[in-house]
Design a protein around this ligand. Structure first.
Ligand code: SF4
Length: 272
């Protein structure tokens, strides 16, 4: 039987597509199994659940995952995904409606008072920056590390001590170029008053759809041997690298009650 070149082309296309479908099915089953241990960021995982049967989206997760397998060095891997996510976010923000609706700006730091997660590579790389002299808030690191990945414990920390260890005095990110993946996609399109969480209440906010970037982030989290909350991950890395965490321990363990008292004084404009 004669086979036309068109048929041959179609056959090879089908073969390729079968191969990538089976890879994608494989990655989908790994993600399902890994859900508990991997601490996927909530928004990215929600996106993944929504698009896990859409091949054009799952391919993004797969492409990031398989490329990370080939790269060496935490910084290289972290930067690789960050660049892709930034590129995608650049596309999202080309939309005039998004520009019009997104109120996020420097100095508005409510989202930097929520629990931020990092991959193992990000924790590795950020702890290296600290060892090289990058300033951060040691007191808040001490306070926040004990919450581990427990969001309920974290939100009980008074607002002032709940700010990210990298948030500076101007309420800006001191590691903007190196900030974690989830910070790069964390934009809202609702009224900024809905971001308020200084009273420990988290309100419903409209967040920007960053589906493609979320699927990429899932690839990075899936590839990572461990993910978790930024403070506890950084703390573990610093200890593992024998960094002088003891000098930071001069900030004695502060009780939540004592922090609450200090927060009240801050709220009343007194020095502590
Ligand atoms: S790393 Fe930067 S952007 Fe992310 S929570 Fe901390 S201060 Fe905010």
């Amino acid at each position: 039987m004669k086979t036309s070149s068109n048929q041959i082309h179609q056959t090879s296309k089908t073969d390729q597509s079968n191969k990538s479908d089976s890879k994608i099915n494989h990655i989908t089953s790994i993600i399902k199994e890994a859900f508990q241990q991997k601490n996927f960021p909530a928004v990215a995982y929600r996106t993944y659940e929504k698009f896990k049967t859409d091949l054009s989206f799952v391919r993004l997760t797969h492409a990031i995952f398989s490329t990370l397998n080939k790269l060496r060095g935490a910084e290289n891997r972290a930067k690789f995904v960050q660049e892709f996510v930034d590129q995608e976010m650049g596309e999202v923000f080309k939309d005039r409606t998004v520009q019009l609706l997104s109120p996020c700006k420097i100095g508005c730091s409510a989202c930097c008072h929520t629990q931020v997660s990092v991959t193992n590579d990000e924790a590795e790389y950020l702890s290296d920056l600290i060892i090289q002299g990058k300033k951060m808030n040691w007191t808040n690191l001490h306070v926040q590390k004990d919450a581990g990945d427990d969001t309920q414990k974290f939100i009980k920390i008074p607002y002032h001590f709940r700010s990210c260890i990298f948030l500076n005095d101007l309420n800006a990110c001191s590691i903007y170029e190196d900030r974690p993946l989830v910070c790069r996609t964390n934009s809202v399109v609702g009224d900024p008053s809905q971001c308020k969480n200084d009273d420990g209440q988290f309100r419903t906010q409209n967040i920007l759809n960053t589906h493609k970037a979320d699927m990429m982030i899932m690839g990075a989290y899936l590839h990572s041997p461990k993910n978790g909350a930024l403070p506890s991950m950084i703390w573990e890395k610093l200890k593992a690298k024998n960094y002088q965490v003891t000098s930071a321990s001069q900030h004695e363990k502060i009780s939540i009650q004592k922090l609450s008292d200090q927060q009240k004084k801050i709220d009343h404009g007194k020095n502590i």
